[in-house]
Design a protein. Structure first.
Length: 136
């Protein structure tokens, strides 16, 4: 991350770093997860070079909480999509999603229901952001 990155750029890179961390949590980064990460990078409007830089050194990107709660919800949906991408919800990935949800400001008591609502919405081809709003 450059010295002159704006807060918005830092937020986008931090959001992508969270998605990368979830993809790597089970120790395997497969093609489906890479495809999901590419979609997350696209939503965040990251360039290919920014995406590659975060993938190569995610530890260099510090967590920056989004200022907008709606963006926080979208970021949570992004990481859950990445968690589900390979067809297996690994316990390490799910635990990390819960930790990221806490860092995004969600109360620990609602996180399991929130994650389940998003997973179910994705599986049933519904709007996961709307279903998540119904839980919070």
């Amino acid at each position: 991350m450059g010295w002159f990155d704006t807060r918005g750029a830092k937020e986008r890179k931090a959001a992508f770093r969270n998605a990368v961390a979830v993809a790597l949590a089970d120790g395997v980064l497969d093609a489906a997860e890479m495809e999901a990460l590419a979609l997350v990078a696209q939503r965040l409007k990251l360039s290919k070079s920014e995406m590659k830089a975060v993938l190569n050194a995610p530890e260099k990107v510090k967590f920056v909480a989004p200022r907008d709660p709606e963006e926080g919800m979208k970021q949570l949906v992004d990481i859950i999509i990445v968690m589900m991408a390979d067809g297996v919800i690994d316990e390490r990935e799910a635990t990390l999603c819960g930790g990221i949800a806490t860092a995004l400001g969600y109360h620990p008591d609602v996180i399991p229901a929130l994650i389940e609502a998003i997973v179910t919405a994705i599986r049933e081809n519904r709007d996961p952001v709307q279903d998540a709003r119904d839980v919070t």
